[in-house]
Design a protein around this ligand. Structure first.
Ligand SMILES: *Cc1c(COP(=O)(O)O)cnc(C)c1O
Length: 478
């Protein structure tokens, strides 16, 4: 080995030199001895590898890092290790209920309620009046009855769990009659036929993909029929020559034969969004007033609350579910319940709910509002951006996401970032690796920042990230 390389290696500091230094000691105060030892070892190993792998011609220019510089590196390394794996990100995709980005943002009131409850004991399962054991669901159940008109309510971990519990409690070993057009798959892992099989229910398909008649349901009834299952086709629509059975008719048939009608409503909204230019999606109240026996829906889709599966319906069926052992396994935590209670309370004020629930607020934001905000963001970004990049305000469409309104496109304002010199894919990657990470969409060789899901407080984050982007990397090789 060259003499110079040997000399450099011999000058590498020992771990104890780093630990005994003043900075080393203060790092130990913050992170503890073992963490700092590991980080120091990591830093020295890295330096050793660099020396070993530097070409001979570069060796003469190689400067060994000072102890101070090395400690700085160690400190940065420790800080990055300390960061939470799960962290806030900027959603610039324009998809409001984005499952991969955590679905709904909670309302201010839900956030406040959570922060109040987390470090206190609570009356989660105790009756204040008698001092005896109560139900953890009583507070939200009361609100759900009030808002939906249902006789009873129950909350479980998510809507997939809700469907599972409903089928297991009401029809195990029996047949569930379902229309062929409603054999839904939601995001790969939730397929109605698989869920039915797992819950011990026998699938009984009726009708055709595009058409089903009441007589199809009636003809399928036998002594082993357990229930009628309706599944909201939340992420697609069958259009054209189609026919569905009205809920009221199915309910009538159910009453005639003593069979419950169960509806997996999927997204489950409590307000009609057709006043906002969206197509009509059935509300939970509509289903209850049509006499549907059991309705289930998600807490974190259009409702705009925490992850939860909400079940509302006739008392005798909900009681069956409460008694089922699965219910205990699927039960939700107090954090979910407090956030859900706060979210549901917002629906008592129909005139304010579109402002208070972030999901509803983003979905109903008007194009002119979004254009105005796009102007503001454009002005901020224009000041910091490199001349290698160009920015432009444009019109586009966002999506609600969350398996609702599959055909609706929401007119929106976006900022498009393009470059003739630098790879757009590389920039998008750098944005994802930013602190905090920024998720965008790419279309027509441009990075799209959709104002619908970008918060005002994200503007400076975007500016910082774009200002610091490294443009020397990949050439435009898409
Ligand atoms: C989203 C959805 C589900 C699953 O709900 P999760 O809350 O994600 O478990 C089930 N059924 C339908 C129709 C859905 O749209």
């Amino acid at each position: 080995m060259e003499k110079q390389r040997k000399k450099l290696l011999s000058k590498l500091p020992a771990i104890n030199d780093l630990l005994d230094s003043k900075q080393g000691q203060s790092l130990i105060d913050v992170y503890g001895h073992q963490m700092v030892v590991d980080a120091s070892r990591h830093a020295i190993d890295e330096l050793r590898n660099t020396i070993l792998n530097t070409t001979s011609s570069m060796l003469s220019e190689f400067e060994l890092l000072s102890l101070d510089k090395l400690n700085e590196k160690i400190s940065a390394y420790l800080e990055s290790k300390q960061q939470n794996g799960l962290q806030p990100v900027v959603n610039a995709t324009g998809i409001v209920v984005h499952t991969n980005l955590g679905r709904s943002l909670l309302s201010t009131s839900a956030k406040k309620s959570i922060s109040e409850i987390v470090s206190s004991y609570s009356n989660l399962e105790i009756d204040k009046l008698t001092g005896e054991r109560g139900s953890r669901y009583q507070h939200v159940a009361k609100l759900l009855r009030e808002l939906t008109g249902a006789e009873a309510a129950l909350v479980v971990n998510n809507n997939a769990a809700a469907v599972f519990l409903i089928l297991s409690s009401l029809a195990v070993g029996k047949e569930a009659i379902i229309s062929r057009g409603e054999m839904v798959e939601i995001g790969g892992s939730f397929r109605i036929p698989d869920v039915m099989k797992q819950s011990g229910v026998i699938l009984r398909e009726v009708g055709c993909t595009n058409k089903v008649h009441l007589s199809d349901y009636e003809a399928a009834i036998n002594e082993n029929t357990g229930l009628f299952l309706k599944v909201h086709t939340s992420n697609y629509k069958v259009v054209g020559f189609t026919e569905e059975v009205e809920f009221a008719e199915l309910v009538g048939l159910g009453e005639q034969y003593g069979l419950p009608v169960v509806d997996d409503l999927g997204s489950g909204i409590l307000v009609d969004l057709s006043d906002w230019g969206l197509s009509y999606e059935p509300t939970v109240q509509d289903r209850i007033s049509a006499g549907v026996d059991v309705v289930s829906f998600s807490g974190d889709k259009m409702l705009g609350g925490p992850q939860a599966g909400i079940i509302v319906g006739k008392k005798k069926y909900i009681e069956e579910m409460k008694k089922h052992p699965l219910n205990r396994a699927l039960r939700v935590d107090k954090l979910t319940l407090i956030a859900l209670e706060a979210t549901l309370k917002e629906y008592r004020h129909p005139e304010k709910v579109f402002d208070e629930i972030p999901t509803l607020k983003m979905i109903t934001a008007s194009k002119s509002q979004l254009q105005c905000r796009a102007q503001k963001l454009y002005q901020i970004l224009k000041k910091v951006i490199s001349t290698k990049l160009s920015l432009q305000i444009n019109s586009s469409f966002s999506q609600t996401g969350g398996g609702a309104f599959p055909l609706d496109k929401l007119p929106t304002a976006v900022i498009e970032l393009t470059s003739v010199q630098v790879s757009i894919v590389d920039i998008a990657k750098q944005l994802r690796l930013n602190h905090p990470p920024i998720f965008t969409r790419i279309a027509n060789q441009a990075i799209i920042f959709d104002l619908r899901t970008i918060k005002d407080s994200d503007f400076m984050i975007l500016a910082d990230a774009l200002q610091n982007i490294n443009l020397s990397g990949g050439e435009n090789g898409e």
